[in-house]
Design a protein around this ligand. Structure first.
Ligand SMILES: [Mg+2]
Length: 384
């Protein structure tokens, strides 16, 4: 069968979120996405989505993704056979350094298209689902201790979510760790929480508080130290108090090997965007499996498009022991697909229709599309 990539277009989409979300460096009220629409010579279309927590996270933004796809990836891929995914990934890596979020969005659109070509869900192109339901962890990020505790208890009691994570790193490390302990203590008897300071704590302070974090019932500590401080993460793992998760520090299979060798994590946070796609994510998952490291399905806060892609990849893993946090569709005010992927009783179910199993809602796509003359109506408020 003659099958080639015929055309690729990209658009930026801005969708409001339900409530402001506090990251370590900024508070956001809308979320932006770069949508890839890839057309094959048989007129089948694949959809891909690129999004980041923010440019502070890894240096990419939806604007850089659009430019990289339009100017550099598109000319490389036009006329290529989409069935040779590994060759396409290698071609992109050889010609374009980094920019893994942009590459992941393109790979997503290729897998969606291939799923429609072969009439199978994407997970079957990745080895087949090991599980079809994933427990979802909600991020408490109201900005206040009481707000986070109340939100956690309410969601737990009405069975919306059973497990939680808190964002940290907004204040000084010492204030932050005390705040984290108070929230963990406030939720004791309901649920254990993970704490994610996005690399903003330091070695000495973190070591000093490890026992208290353990006593408060903190389930894991996600990337407490700077991504490059592998030795520091290794020290924390060796304390055997709270399980240590690597997130920003593990952005490639090469990072993963280093972390395995130095015993610098108990858990890997996997994200299809940071690794440059689903195939690379599964390679990191395999490395974790070989080293007895647990996996957690991380998020870049996607719409149902990226969430579906995450599910297809995560569901093929044997070692997704900590579930996932792909709550983007529950967190956004609106979505881009006809039937959004909403969690039920804290669980997301793998879509089984061909491709990613989602259908783009063209009306919503047009409604939220950013027009050229607009910069962004994203009202990002920078924190000092
Ligand atoms: Mg994180």
């Amino acid at each position: 069968m003659d099958l080639l990539i015929k055309h690729i277009t990209t658009d930026i989409i801005d969708i409001p979120i339900k409530r402001p979300h506090q990251f370590s460096t900024e508070k956001i009220t809308t979320k932006s996405f770069m949508i890839v629409r890839l057309h094959l010579t048989n007129d089948i279309e694949g959809i891909g989505e690129g999004t980041t927590p923010g440019i502070w996270w890894n240096g990419e933004s939806v604007e850089t993704m659009k430019l990289v796809v339009d100017q550099y990836i598109k000319p490389l891929l036009l006329g290529k056979d989409p069935r040779y995914v590994e060759q396409i990934l290698a071609l992109m890596d050889r010609h374009i350094r980094g920019n893994s979020f942009a590459k992941a969005a393109v790979e997503m659109s290729i897998y969606d298209a291939l799923g429609h070509v072969f009439q199978v869900p994407v997970h079957q192109l990745l080895g087949g689902a090991f599980t079809k339901e994933v427990p979802i962890r909600w991020a408490l990020a109201s900005g206040s201790i009481e707000g986070d505790i109340n939100e956690g208890i309410e969601l737990y009691q009405n069975h919306t979510y059973q497990t939680f994570k808190i964002k940290s790193g907004k204040e000084s490390p010492e204030k932050d760790v005390i705040r984290s302990i108070k929230i963990a203590e406030g939720l004791q008897g309901y649920s254990a929480i993970g704490v994610d300071p996005n690399g903003s704590w330091n070695r000495l302070m973190t070591k000093k508080w490890m026992e208290e974090l353990n006593q408060a019932g903190v389930e894991f500590l996600e990337q407490p130290l700077a991504p490059e401080d592998i030795d520091g993460m290794s020290d924390l793992v060796s304390m055997k108090r709270v399980p240590i998760m690597a997130d920003e520090g593990i952005a490639s299979i090469h990072d993963a090997r280093q972390i395995v060798e130095k015993k610098a994590a108990d858990i890997f946070s996997l994200k299809i965007h940071k690794f440059g796609g689903m195939r690379h994510t599964l390679k990191v998952g395999a490395l974790a499996e070989s080293a007895g490291i647990c996996c957690f399905g991380g998020t870049s806060l996607e719409t149902s498009i990226g969430t579906a892609a995450n599910l297809h990849a995560f569901c093929t893993l044997r070692n997704l022991d900590y579930g996932a946090e792909i709550f983007g569709p529950d967190w956004l005010k609106d979505d881009l697909v006809v039937e959004p992927l909403k969690s039920k009783k804290g669980t997301l179910t793998l879509p089984e229709k061909p491709g990613l199993g989602i259908e783009l809602d063209e009306t919503k796509f047009t409604q939220y599309k950013r027009h050229k003359e607009e910069n962004s109506w994203n009202t990002t408020m920078r924190q000092p």
